[in-house]
Structure formats: structure tokens, C-alpha cells
Design a protein around this ligand. Structure first.
Ligand code: PMP
Length: 447
């Protein structure tokens, strides 16, 4: 591996990736941890500077992962670090169900203000994304007194029993972990690139399939909620065909079904709007958030119509760590940064810079079937040349090429054939262009 030189603001390779110190630490990890924890790149991080991960061997990696869409404001934003330190010095925990603190209320108020719709809202805080989705289902069931939950193909909602059931992909999320929760029904998603009759029919036909399934197989009066990601994340960065989700929302409303938008990956500026729902004018009844909300600290939320949220009696919602005060302090600092630095606008600028370059790759390489996405949630879908047969090997090869050169890149997709770009919104244009150069080389290397 040649040593590249770069200014302190850029990528730098001092050793091969992973370097010797990372490999040593990884060997220790293998003895201490179960096999079930995967790792994208076995590099141990020493510290983070904006969009640069500095590893224990002194390499500087450009981060296109953001810890899976979490560190939008950077993983070491001084404002977040300060808020965390100050709150930790005051107190780390009381349990909000035991005694109260203002940070919890502050985050709830911020979410009530920022989420789509000007109706009266309430917000409940939790810890993980899966917990937020679980609680959205509980709230929808308590409100409607109905059991059924409708989800989409390619959906990802988490790893707990309910959310694993709601997640579409078997390996690795579900394999061996059944039996699953009951009353979860799945229907096609309007996936333009793979819609059998062509993208122009995806919205209408997917909506017809959803309506038919609900009306004939479940009965609309038995459905508590429909849960959908406005841009599907783990399933492949699928931007649903225009009109599909508005149609789903309208159908839900007509039948008294709670429409839940899972914005855990797409929320907080990531897609060039504060929430991805805004691109299609959606006003969900409930919205789940996590990831970027906490600026790197674990906190999640369900925000929604007051009358739905208040369906649960006192004591029915909560959790020891729900809305932990240190995480709330981090969330308030992260939200303040997103708003004051216009990171939503920055996500749009990232799209303007990166999407044309990715589209260029789709045009020049027979292995890239489509470039897509919104804001700083962008992807390349890899195919066998000449068609749309998924090509996970090509996606893995390009990701491995980039990772070995210090550009941290994630794959995703039901077929494992998508490379996704989720840079921190504080990435510089130079860092982003450098990372895109490496990706382009990786694609060219496919042949
Ligand atoms: N929903 C979506 C849309 C997600 O992307 C994720 C995490 N990738 C989750 C739910 C689950 O979040 P967590 O891992 O925090 O439980």
C-alpha cells in the first residue's frame, strides 16, 4: 500500500487498512465477543474530526457511513461534546418515570415543532430506533383497539421481536430467530427500478396491491397501522415512486388506520428536508425518529397526533433509560446545530455535488443499474451487465476497494447489491469529491 500524503483535512493512509494496531485489537475482540456481531471494516477508531475517522494506526478515513446515519453533525461536534459533559456533571440519570428533568421536555417540544403538520402533537422518548417502532405499534393498537400491522417489502424496522418481524430481509436479521410476532402483514413497495411493469406503473399498482391485501385478507377494520419508511434504508435506499406514499396515507385516513412514518434513518436533514416525508407533502399520524436525533447519543422518539399519543394510560409507556438526560442534552445541541448551520441545506448541496457524479457512473458502467437518493442519502445499485439481475459481488468489490483506500463505505439492500452514501452533513466538498474519486476508481476496476 502506497502512503498517500494529504493535508490534515483529508484522507491519509499511513498503513494498510486495517493497520497492525487495529488487527491486534480485532484479534482481542474475536476472543471476547460472540460471532453474531458483524463489522463492516475492522478498523479501531481513535478519534473523529468532522467527516474524518482517525484510526489507532494514524490513518485518516473519509466517513461515508456516519455510524449508519447517526453522526450528521459529526461524531465529535464540540457543541454536542460540551452539552454532554455539562449534563453528565449535573446528573447522568434519574429515570424520567421517577423524577423529571427539562431536557426530556425540551426534546419533545423540538420534535413537536419540527415534524410535519401543525396539528397538536405529543412526543415520547425512548432509547433505540427499534424501541421507537415497537412503541409506535403499541400506541396505534391502543388508539384503534385493532391488532394488525401492515409493512412493506424491503422494510427494515429493527432487531427486537416485533421489529424483526416487521423487517423484510431474512438473512441475517431473522434467520434462526423465529417464531415471529403475529399480525404483521407485508405488501409490495413501489420500487421504481425493479417494478415488473416499469417504473411508471409502480405507484399505482403497489397501492392497488396494498388496498386489496388490506380489504380482502385482513379487513381494514382490523388494521391498527401501516408503517413505512419514506425512503427505505437498509432495504436498498429505495425512493418510492411518486404518489405511492400519499396514496397509502389517504387510504389509511379513510379507514381509520394510523399511518406511521419510520424516519429513523431518513430524518433530521439527511435527505435535504428536515424529514423525508416533506418531499411528498406527507403528514404522518405518528413518526419515529432516532439516529441523527441524538448527535451520537442513544435516544429515539415517537411523535404524533395528541389524540393518538394520549390513547395509552399513564405507565403504559416508558423505560428505565427512555430519554436519558445526557442523550437529551446531546439531542438539543445536535438539533440546534442542524438548524443554525442549515445542515438541511448542506444535505441538498451534497446531493447537487454527488448525485450527478453517481449518475455519471451509472451511465458509464454496465455494472451500475441506477444512481438514486435524496440529499445525503444516496446510492448506487449494482447489476449484472445488460439487465437488472442483482450483483452483490460487484457492490462488495467496490465497497472493499474503497474501504481499503480509506473511504468508509457501506452496502445495503435486500440483495446486498447497493452501495449507500451517508456522509456526515459536515463533510467538506474536498473530502466528498475525494471519496467519490475513489468510488469511481472502484467502479472502473470492475471492468
Ligand atoms: N428503522 C429504520 C428505518 C432503521 O434504519 C433502523 C436502523 N438501521 C431502525 C429502525 C432500528 O434502529 P436501531 O438500530 O436504533 O434499533
Amino acid at each position: 500500500m502506497t502512503v498517500e500524503t494529504a493535508p490534515a483535512t483529508g484522507r491519509l493512509l499511513r498503513t494498510e487498512i486495517p493497520g497492525p494496531r487495529s488487527r491486534e485489537l480485532h484479534a482481542a475482540r474475536e476472543k471476547a465477543l460472540p460471532r453474531g456481531f458483524g463489522v463492516v471494516l475492522p478498523v479501531f477508531v481513535d478519534h473523529v474530526d468532522g467527516a474524518l475517522l482517525v484510526d489507532v494506526d494514524g490513518n485518516r478515513l473519509v466517513d461515508l457511513a456516519s455510524g449508519i446515519a447517526v453522526t450528521s453533525v459529526g461524531a465529535a461536534a464540540p457543541e454536542v461534546a460540551r452539552a454532554v459533559a455539562e449534563q453528565a456533571a449535573r446528573f447522568t440519570h434519574t429515570c424520567f418515570m421517577v423524577t423529571e428533568y427539562d431536557g426530556f421536555v425540551g426534546v419533545a417540544e423540538a420534535l413537536n415543532r419540527l415534524t410535519p403538520g401543525d396539528h397538536e402533537k405529543r412526543t415520547a422518548l425512548f432509547t433505540t430506533g427499534a424501541e421507537a417502532v415497537e412503541n409506535a405499534v403499541k400506541i396505534a393498537r391502543a388508539h384503534t383497539r385493532r391488532p394488525a400491522v401492515v409493512v412493506l417489502d424491503h422494510a427494515y424496522h429493527g432487531r427486537t421481536l416485533m421489529t424483526m418481524t416487521m423487517t423484510a430481509k431474512n438473512v441475517p436479521y431473522k434467520e434462526g430467530f423465529g417464531p415471529f410476532a403475529s399480525e404483521v402483514y407485508r405488501t409490495p413497495t413501489a420500487y421504481p427500478f425493479r417494478w415488473p411493469g416499469g417504473p411508471e406503473h409502480a405507484a399505482q399498482e403497489a397501492l392497488a396491491a396494498l388496498e386489496e391485501m388490506i380489504l380482502t385478507q385482513i379487513g381494514a377494520h382490523n388494521v391498527a397501522c401501516i408503517v413505512a419508511e419514506p425512503i427505505q434504508g437498509e432495504g436498498g435506499f429505495i425512493v418510492p415512486a411518486d404518489g405511492f406514499l400519499p396514496g397509502v396515507q389517504e387510504f389509511a385516513r379513510k379507514h381509520g388506520i394510523v399511518f406511521v412514518a419510520d424516519e429513523i434513518q431518513s430524518g433530521f436533514g439527511r435527505t435535504g428536508a428536515m424529514f423525508a416525508c416533506e418531499h411528498e407533502g406527507l403528514v404522518p399520524d405518528l413518526i419515529t425518529t432516532a439516529k441523527a436525533l441524538g448527535g451520537g447519543m442513544p435516544v429515539s422518539a415517537v411523535t404524533g397526533r395528541a389524540e393518538i399519543m394520549d390513547a395509552v394510560d399513564p405507565g403504559g409507556l416508558g423505560g428505565t433509560y427512555a430519554g436519558n438526560p445526557v442523550a437529551c442534552a446531546a439531542a438539543l445541541a445536535a438539533i440546534e446545530l442542524i438548524e443554525s448551520r442549515d445542515l438541511v441545506g448542506r444535505a441538498r448541496a451534497i446531493e447537487e455535488l454527488a448525485l450527478p457524479r453517481l449518475t455519471g457512473l451509472a451511465e458509464s458502467s454496465a455494472y451500475v443499474g441506477e444512481a438514486r437518493g435524496r440529499g445525503a442519502m444516496l446510492a448506487l445499485e449494482f447489476v449484472q451487465p445488460g439487465g437488472i439481475v442483482p450483483n452483490p459481488d460487484a457492490a462488495k468489490a467496490v465497497a472493499a476497494y474503497a474501504n481499503a483506500r480509506g473511504v468508509l463505505t457501506l452496502t445495503c439492500g435486500t440483495f446486498g447489491n447497493v452501495i449507500r452514501l451517508l456522509p456526515p452533513l459536515v463533510i467538506t466538498d474536498e473530502q466528498l469529491n475525494d471519496a467519490l474519486d475513489v468510488l469511481a476508481e472502484g467502479v472502473a476496476d470492475l471492468g
